[in-house]
Design a protein around this ligand. Structure first.
Ligand SMILES: CC(C)(COP(=O)(O)OP(=O)(O)OC[C@H]1O[C@@H](n2cnc3c(N)ncnc32)[C@H](O)[C@@H]1OP(=O)(O)O)[C@@H](O)C(=O)NCCC(=O)NCCS
Length: 190
């Protein structure tokens, strides 16, 4: 069951980053993000090849937001809110079960500065406080060291490994499953 329909699209402010709704003006930066082979190395779909894919993604998001199926927000620096650096998403929102999955990507020029930690802190707070989630999950390629470290620093626990779960561009990959409970998050901030 979706969380809310239609979804309220918030703007969330951290010390350095903000999360905001995407607009059609974000299409070129969203395309550049998903067309970057470095960014997409461990993604569950191949890099985008056509700018139209970004336009279609924004249209699909508008539909999903209207139905309360997921929440995808742009990541930008506070001083340059119009410039999309990345995206983060709460998807597979299930209000009845109180859970959702998290996804995220940042352009390589912004890596290694702790920006995703800040962005996901905002998104997770929103998921727990405003959607009343009990549990947030992540499914990552176990070879994606940076992603695993981001999750662990946020308090996610690695809960399992699913072998050969994905086939992307002919390459098989495993899934490391991570979970964060609301009580883990609350205790972490006590
Ligand atoms: C994963 C990703 C979001 C991390 O974002 P980030 O803002 O660079 O993360 P941080 O700066 O907070 O760094 C997180 C940790 O990873 C480490 N790290 C950063 N880049 C790394 C790399 N290429 N290899 C190994 N470790 C790396 C950092 O040192 C830091 O470790 P620490 O917490 O022990 O200091 C970013 O690399 C990215 O967008 N990757 C491509 C998309 C992707 O794989 N998304 C996840 C799919 S599930």
């Amino acid at each position: 069951m979706p969380i809310t329909a239609p979804m309220h699209l918030p703007t969330l402010h951290g010390p350095r980053v903000l999360l905001r709704p995407m607009t059609p003006a974000d299409a070129p930066a969203l395309f550049a993000l998903h067309a970057d082979a470095q960014v997409m190395r461990y993604w569950s779909t191949p890099p985008w090849t056509d700018p139209q894919q970004a336009i279609e993604r924004l249209q699909a998001d508008a539909h999903a937001h209207a139905l309360g199926l997921h929440l995808r927000l742009a990541i930008a620096r506070r001083e340059a809110p119009g410039a999309l650096l990345g995206a983060c998403t709460l998807f597979d929102l299930d209000a009845e079960q109180g859970r959702a999955e998290i996804g995220y990507a940042l352009q390589p020029a912004a890596w290694g500065q702790g920006l995703m930690h800040e962005a996901l802190t905002l998104l997770i707070n929103h998921g727990f406080d405003d959607f009343g989630l009990r549990r947030i999950e992540a499914d990552i390629d176990p070879r994606n060291t940076a992603s695993g470290r981001v999750l662990q620093a946020l308090g996610f626990q690695r809960e399992g490994l699913l072998r050969e779960r994905w086939r992307v561009g002919g390459e098989l990959s495993d899934s490391a499953l991570y979970g964060l409970l609301h009580r883990d998050w609350t205790n972490r901030h006590d």
